[in-house]
Design a protein around this ligand. Structure first.
Ligand code: S3P
Length: 443
């Protein structure tokens, strides 16, 4: 994938977007369903799995570890091996662009006495793995050499130690890696988080029969998993990904006259910070028919064009919208007044340095933006974004989609230098957008 020639694209100013759409399955939940399926006894049937490169790499990885994942009659079926039952793969596991796949899998491998080499693309090979390796090492994981980035060779153990671990960064990936390793340890493993991060691992572990407690003490959440766990294969229905829906919602908000409904979207409160922020900005966003599916809250999200005002987004909201800041910045460019987003340190270690890439993309299109420490400030244009620039995407799908979305309402076309990476999370992006009335042209 990283060797494919770049495929630039231009987004053109378009008329009102309208219609009802469904976005593909949530990426976080899709990874977890495959991993927990592999660690269960019996068969797990997954409906609505996200079939994007990141998740397909996790499917290949569990297959290579002896728990085949394959699609049959529209449903993904994982034949699990039970906790501790995976086997040595014949070759290195390639996680492509996916930090989630890599870090969660490290927690799984930690509980198995096997040596596994993990690789990724240029973006993933720059991302920090120490945040996961440090707690896993204290449980008994061995890491070959001194490296802290991919490629890495790690060796797990059938006799892990349970730990209590306070997260130094608000990261659901780190939390999940430790909880997954904790399944294999005797006794109880606890993760303590000061700021709530997405809780899909906890919810899904319970669904598969693990004992998981969440307690709030002294303002922090203590999540405890009982070790020597036994998981049983289950049916999982994956709801629509709110982080993908965010681009369609943004386009509807920004293009005058638009009215779009996105059906069956995950609205777990650990994921909906963007929608809270948009409402504060004056956006017409409604969650319709809120219901539950597979242990997660979902709703249809209706978004209508709105004129927006700038707001201050508190740092405490960052974990619930961590992947949505680039698109929020694109939206803020159209608002009246400044939008100030605090607490964005984690954006620097995503698929790209998203803080820098977002500010640069705005500047290239005539929007004033400043980074002050961990804060991003976007000066709203009050509706007229000049556009006309080219955005460097740095192998980052969300940078590409955010600026293409901005281009649909900008005065002149916005070009992104590459769209190949969009396939890592949302291959249907262009088709769904065009179905609503968006216009794109070769870059
Ligand atoms: C994810 C957690 C977040 C998010 C990523 C998916 C997950 O990362 O950015 O896209 O599925 O757990 P961090 O937990 O590292 O913040």
């Amino acid at each position: 994938m990283s060797h494919a020639p770049p495929s630039p694209l231009r987004a053109l100013k378009c008329g009102p977007l309208a219609g009802r759409v469904r976005v593909p399955g949530d990426k976080s939940i899709s990874h977890r369903a495959l991993l927990l399926g592999a660690l269960s006894t019996g068969v797990t049937r997954i409906s609505g799995l996200l079939e994007a490169e990141d998740v397909l790499n996790t499917a290949k990885a569990v297959t290579a570890l002896g728990a085949p994942a394959r699609k049959q009659d529209g449903v993904w079926i994982v034949t699990g091996r039970g906790v501790g039952g995976l086997s040595q793969p014949a070759a290195p596991l390639d996680f492509g662009n996916s930090g989630t796949g890599t870090r969660l899998m490290m927690g799984v491998i930690a509980g198995h006495p096997m040596s596994v080499t993990m690789t990724g693309d240029a973006s993933l090979s720059r991302r920090p793995m120490r945040r996961v390796l440090a707690p896993l090492k204290s449980m008994g994981l061995e890491v070959e050499g001194e490296r802290e980035t991919l490629p890495l060779t790690i060796r797990g153990s059938a006799r892990l130690l349970p730990i209590a671990y306070a997260l130094p960064v608000p990261s659901a990936q780190v939390k999940s890696a430790v909880l997954l390793a904790g399944l294999h340890a005797p006794g109880e493993t606890t993760v303590i988080e000061k700021e709530p991060t997405r809780d899909h691992t906890e919810r899904m572990l319970r669904h598969f029969g693990a004992e998981v407690r969440s307690e709030i003490r002294d303002g922090a959440t203590h999540i405890t998993v009982a070790g020597d766990a036994e998981l049983t294969g289950r049916d999982v229905t994956v709801p629509g990904d709110p982080s993908s829906a965010a681009f369609l919602a943004a386009a509807a908000l920004l293009v005058p006259g638009s009215d779009v409904t996105i059906e069956g979207v995950l609205v777990n409160p650990t994921r909906t910070g963007l929608y809270t922020t948009l409402r504060e900005m004056g956006a017409d966003v409604a969650f319709i028919d809120e219901r539950e599916e597979g242990g997660e809250p979902i709703a249809d999200i209706r978004v209508r064009y709105s004129s927006l005002k700038g707001v201050t987004v508190p740092a405490g909201r960052a974990p619930s919208m961590i992947d949505e800041y680039p698109v929020l910045a694109a939206i803020a460019a159209f608002a009246e007044g400044d939008t100030v987003m605090h607490g964005l340190a984690e954006l620097k270690v995503k698929e790209s340095d998203r803080l820098a890439a977002t500010a640069a993309g705005l500047a290239a299109n005539g929007v004033q933006a400043a980074v002050e420490g961990d804060t991003l400030i976007v000066r709203g244009t009050g509706g007229k974004v000049p556009g006309g620039g080219t955005v460097a995407t740095h192998l980052d799908h969300r940078i590409a989609m955010s600026f293409l979305t901005m281009g649909l309402a900008s005065e002149a076309a916005v070009t992104v230098d590459d769209t190949a990476m969009i396939a890592t999370s949302f291959p249907e992006f262009r088709g769904l957008m065009e179905g609503l009335g968006a216009r794109f042209a070769p870059g």
